[in-house]
Design a protein around this ligand. Structure first.
Ligand code: ACO
Length: 448
């Protein structure tokens, strides 16, 4: 099979959000801390009517209906998530309810977990399945997303919620460039969820930022090595691969300011590899002695490289931040909402033949920079996503009510023999919701 990759995408995010300007006032922090400091406008959230199973049910069923695909045509489905509500039973098996009428129980794939990275691993698995002798000719679904909630405090405004469903198969308009993949993984306690009775992670915020930036460095260098090995790199850089070889670059976005920092790291790498590039003339030799290792906590350098990368950031990355700014972190969903935003904001005609890089980061840590080549029309994907309109058509909730709903989730997390109190009337038609958790913790769902 040729051009294996993403054929279609659907997203789901909750209809309710809290405005970050309002949240700044409510939290009594300085104006601009969340909107400029983190680069966030709105944060989506859900009450106790939704859980990881329900949001995945919603996105898969909506995807299948919208794209008129029969469940019997699916031979693989896997889920990337870190929103764990059961230590043994996967969300994938819950999604098998949707296959019942088709009689198709022959569906490979299961859940994959490591912070925000699970969906990337699931996508690689699905593409590799189609590329392998194990492929049986059917299509694959990759479901990737999370409910991102932090304890109240500095990290809370960096929450969010969203999930994507992607159809994987041959002859795709977004073709995965198989050999071009830069991966970096190491042991790190920057963000983890050791308390299994709580929905909240334990976060070392400053360490998570350094770890993200370091992972950008390592994955990017490895990716460039692959570019040099497998492709003819863009002229003008002394045969060295650089950002010039990547037309668009989508990042995992915990909050969009971090993406600007990640992009600045990419620029700094290019500077280290080729300081003579005219792009860097304005910097003089101020940072000539800095190495990748010494520079990770250098704020002056970070600011200088955010500034010097501004034009490239606007051209290659900014369009991908539409959903991230307006929804917040979606952990496993984030990088694919970035891709969906890019397809929404850049016309298909402009994307033809272009390379789209994706940087995926999961704390702990696991990261990959990889890419797609646009080999077909992306307009239909964008039209069906209808992202801009759906982002506008939402309900703004006051911070006080948001806090009450977060408290409700906290108090009812892991509850047994429980009927959720959340308001079903706020959900859009087609949304699944948690009806009940019975005395044996079995969950049942309804659909609006
Ligand atoms: N106006 C403009 N900017 C402001 C204002 C203001 N009024 N107040 C603060 N800022 C800026 C700060 O200068 C700082 O800028 P910098 O990043 O350029 O240094 C930025 O806002 C953040 O403020 P801090 O005080 O440094 O940090 P804060 O206590 O707000 O915490 C953090 C931020 C650590 C990111 C927190 O939100 C967090 O822990 N989030 C979860 C972890 C996370 O998302 N990590 C990212 C990678 S890992 C992952 O994906 C989960």
């Amino acid at each position: 099979p040729e051009n294996i990759g993403i054929l279609a995408i659907e997203t789901y995010f909750p209809r309710r959000y809290v405005d970050q300007v309002e949240l700044e006032k409510h939290d009594g922090v300085s104006a601009g801390k969340y909107t400029i400091g983190l680069g966030q406008s709105k944060m989506a959230f859900c009450d106790d009517r939704e859980d990881i199973n329900s949001i995945c049910l919603t996105v898969v069923q909506n995807f299948m209906e919208k794209n008129k695909i029969d469940y019997s045509n699916i031979g693989r489905l896997e889920v990337g998530t870190e929103t764990i509500i059961d230590k043994a039973k996967s969300t994938k098996t819950c999604l098998m309810q949707l296959f019942t009428d088709s009689g198709n129980y022959s569906v490979e794939g299961i859940d994959t977990t490591n912070a925000c990275y699970g969906g990337t691993s699931a996508l690689f698995n699905a593409c590799q399945w189609v590329d392998s002798s194990a492929w049986d000719g059917r299509l694959a679904l990759v479901v990737s997303g999370d409910i991102a909630i932090y304890a109240s405090g500095a990290a809370r405004p960096s929450g969010g919620c969203g999930v994507v469903c992607m159809l994987v198969g041959p002859n795709a308009p977004l073709a995965l460039e198989f050999p071009l993949r830069g991966t970096f993984m190491e042991h790190m306690y920057d963000f983890y969820k050791p308390n299994l009775s709580s929905e909240f992670p334990v976060v070392d915020g400053p360490l998570s930022v350094v770890s993200y930036n370091k992972a950008v460095d390592k994955a990017y260098i490895r990716y460039l090595e692959k570019l040099e090995k497998h492709t003819t790199v863009a002229a003008g850089n002394g045969q060295k691969a650089s950002l010039d070889d990547i037309d668009y670059l989508v990042f995992h976005s915990p909050y969009t300011k971090q993406v600007a920092k990640g992009f600045a790291r990419i620029m700094f790498n290019d500077y280290v590899r080729n300081p003579q590039n005219p792009k860097f003339a304005e910097l003089g030799d101020e940072f000539a002695q800095e190495t990748l290792e010494t520079s990770l906590s250098n704020k002056l350098l970070e600011k200088a490289f955010i500034k010097v990368s501004k034009a490239d950031f606007t051209a290659k990355t900014d369009a991908s931040l539409l959903a991230a700014r307006n929804i917040g972190n979606m952990y496993c969903g984030s990088v694919f909402f970035g891709l969906s935003s890019l397809l929404t904001q850049v016309p298909s005609s402009e994307l033809q033949g272009k390379r789209i890089g994706l940087f995926s980061y999961g704390s702990g840590c696991s990261a990959s920079l990889y890419s797609f080549r646009v080999t077909g029309d992306t307009q239909e994907i964008a039209t069906k996503l209808d992202l801009r309109k759906r982002l506008e058509d939402r309900i703004c909730v006051a911070p006080k009510e948001f806090e009450e709903i977060m408290k409700l989730r906290e108090n009812t997390h892991n509850a047994q023999d429980y009927t959720p109190g959340g308001d079903v009337s706020t959900l859009l038609p087609g949304t699944y919701y948690l009806e009940k958790v019975d005395s044996m913790w079995r969950r049942s769902y309804g659909r609006v």
